[in-house]
Design a protein around this ligand. Structure first.
Ligand SMILES: *[C@@H]1O[C@H](CO)[C@@H](O)[C@H](O)[C@H]1NC(C)=O
Ligand SMILES: *[C@@H]1O[C@H](CO)[C@@H](O)[C@H](O)[C@H]1NC(C)=O
Ligand SMILES: *[C@@H]1O[C@H](CO)[C@@H](O)[C@H](O)[C@H]1NC(C)=O
Ligand SMILES: *[C@@H]1O[C@H](CO)[C@@H](O)[C@H](O)[C@H]1NC(C)=O
Ligand SMILES: [Zn+2]
Length: 280
């Protein structure tokens, strides 16, 4: 179904930023745990919408890659694609896992950015793969999931965004989220009630154990990986994606709490081209 123009306009107004390019989230101060501010963190409205993601390339020349790119994300992961034997992520640099930062809603779902000092990203938890080190900048949730596996979309997907030492987005861990039989400890840490998609001006300082999210998907011991892109305009490439094979299961009420504060935020799946899925 095609959304009406008024729906598109309303979506544009509450839209805040590109995913996973969260550079503009750094424009507001980081809070101490339990501090809450209501302010305008300076998130800009966007000229694109998820409801029309198949046509982002026609909006303006700067979005051309959304149409012409050769490694666009997300993609469908087939049942017959084996797991990756290369690019194993190493989380030793995550340490104990507790990190302090701002919890908020990015306009489409729950999100969090880590506190860090100035332009120095290297004091953040680090992940290594191959000979690269990248730093955890933050995370956000999409609903439904961006990546389908075996033709099925999970209810939501967590994106853990990692940057280079210079602060450029370089690697994203995608973790699918579905309702299961017991609560997730990772989600249980988040301040309740979760901040709604309409309330993009609120920030809450919290400490979150990021190891919990990894532990709930077996530390990505099994994963798919490929060369991909940002999943919203300008669709820049050069992002290594890691998609966990394990699903992060949350309780039914936890799932509903997450879905309540999310709005539709999955980009149409892109044709597989030069993604080199699971290749060395
Ligand atoms: C918002 O958009 C303006 C104009 O494009 C830009 O100069 C500014 O840096 C943007 N602000 C943020 C926080 O991204
Ligand atoms: C992971 O990285 C740490 C250093 O951060 C290193 O000591 C360790 O050997 C690495 N583990 C693997 C399996 O490569
Ligand atoms: C992380 O924080 C939680 C809650 O404050 C605490 O119970 C836990 O011991 C901390 N973990 C580490 C490894 O410091
Ligand atoms: C979101 O905001 C719009 C516009 O202010 C309002 O009409 C709508 O009821 C709100 N939706 C929710 C779920 O709060
Ligand atoms: Zn994302």
């Amino acid at each position: 179904m095609r959304p009406s123009t008024s729906v598109l306009v309303a979506t544009a107004i509450i839209s805040v930023t590109a995913c996973p390019d969260h550079s503009n989230y750094q424009s507001h101060p980081h809070l101490a745990p339990r501090q809450t501010i209501t302010s305008n963190p300076g998130r800009n409205a966007t000229d694109w919408s998820y409801e029309a993601s198949y046509n982002w390339g026609r909006i303006k020349p700067a979005y051309e890659l959304c149409q012409t790119g050769t490694q666009q994300s997300p993609i469908a992961i087939g049942n017959n694609i084996g797991l990756s034997n290369y690019h194993h992520p190493n989380f030793t640099g995550y340490g104990g896992g507790n990190v302090t930062g701002n919890f908020f809603n990015w306009g489409y779902g729950p999100a969090f950015t880590l506190k860090h000092s100035g332009d120095d990203w290297t004091d953040l938890p680090s992940m290594q793969f191959d000979d690269e080190t990248v730093y955890l900048k933050g995370w956000h949730i999409h609903a439904p999931a961006d990546h389908s596996v075996g033709g099925r979309h999970s209810k939501a997907e967590l994106h853990m965004v990692h940057v280079t030492a210079e602060g450029h987005e370089r690697a994203v861990i995608g973790i699918r989220i579905d309702p299961g039989s017991s609560d997730s400890e990772f989600f249980a840490q988040l301040p309740q009630p979760l901040i709604g998609f309409n309330d993009t001006t609120q920030d809450v300082g919290v400490t979150v154990d990021m190891r919990a999210a990894l532990a709930e998907v077996n530390d990505l011991s099994e994963f798919w990986t490929y060369k991909g892109s940002l999943t919203s305009p300008p669709c820049r490439e050069g992002i290594r994606w890691f998609v966990a094979r394990s699903v992060l299961f949350v309780g039914v009420e936890q799932m509903r709490d997450v879905l309540r504060v999310c709005t539709y935020s999955a980009r149409a799946e892109q044709e597989v081209w030069r993604h080199e899925i699971n290749s060395a």
